[in-house]
Write a protein that binds this ligand. Sequence first.
Ligand SMILES: Cc1cc2nc3c(=O)[nH]c(=O)nc-3n(C[C@H](O)[C@H](O)[C@H](O)COP(=O)(O)OP(=O)(O)OC[C@H]3O[C@@H](n4cnc5c(N)ncnc54)[C@H](O)[C@@H]3O)c2cc1C
Length: 283
Amino acid sequence: MPGITERLLYRVAKRWIAGYNLEDAILNAQHTNEKKMAAILNRLGEHTPDRKLIEEYVEEYLRLLDRMQETKVIGAISVKPSQLGLTAEKLLFSQNLGRIIDKASETGRSVWVDMENSPYTENTIQVYREHFDSCKDLGLCLQANLRRTRADMESLLEIGARLRLVKGAYPENADVAFKKKSEVDRNYLDLLKVLFGSDGRFVVGTHDDKLIAQAKALSKEHPVDFEFEFLKGIRDDVKVNLVNEGYKVGEYIPYGPEWYNYSKRRLRERKRNILLLMRSVTG
Ligand SMILES: Cc1cc2nc3c(=O)[nH]c(=O)nc-3n(C[C@H](O)[C@H](O)[C@H](O)COP(=O)(O)OP(=O)(O)OC[C@H]3O[C@@H](n4cnc5c(N)ncnc54)[C@H](O)[C@@H]3O)c2cc1C
């Protein structure tokens, strides 16, 4: 039985997640497509060493890809390494990612690899590199809050990697990460410039007005292929404006019963979301 905090949080969390199951995700994706945005679907779940559960996640992604094809959803899936085996064993993650990539190629969809907290970064990049060799559509998320990201980005761009740049959602120590928001924002802008100096095919993943404006300005100087992506339930007004201005836009849509950790990250990002939670007590 979920506790009171969890039940109240779900009322707020509903804006950020599609629902509990795969069909909720497909329905949401179709609505997103109707609004002329690509849908990037993610089955929630992370940090599990339980091989049976990991296998269930893999099978669900395979079903999800079939359903996306059947229902003609435009978009991709995005997976978390620690959900697919990286917590248990690097090889298991690599094998599972390989199975998902094969199904994605059969169904004409692409796969993105989310980036989790820093103990996973190195292995995630290594496994990404192994698979990118044979699947040039495979995408990888990089986080501007990590000090190592500039070097990672430069060497990944050398192989033509497809990258999504975000600020980073996990609490990290100062030895590996920039701690001040101003430092993260500055690094994000520097990294955006690196991306716009590349051949394209990258994703600008932020809700930050200033950085979005800077990306737009950079795209005028360097007209490369890129997409803005947002999380479901955040800055819907900005999404519509960008679509109307002719930019490619995608919406990242998570679903599944494991919504709790994901929602805690969204709450941490913005004080006003805590107010939403408080209001839900009376609402
Ligand atoms: C498509 C996509 C994929 C992502 N994938 C990953 C990933 O793989 N790994 C990872 O670590 N992180 C990922 N993230 C999350 C990211 O790291 C940030 O935690 C998140 O995007 C908030 O940072 P921001 O760039 O929006 O900037 P912020 O400085 O946090 O926010 C800028 C402005 O955006 C709005 N905003 C931001 N967050 C919220 C919110 N929760 N509720 C309401 N308004 C908000 C506010 O107006 C705020 O002032 C992803 C984000 C996106 C958009």
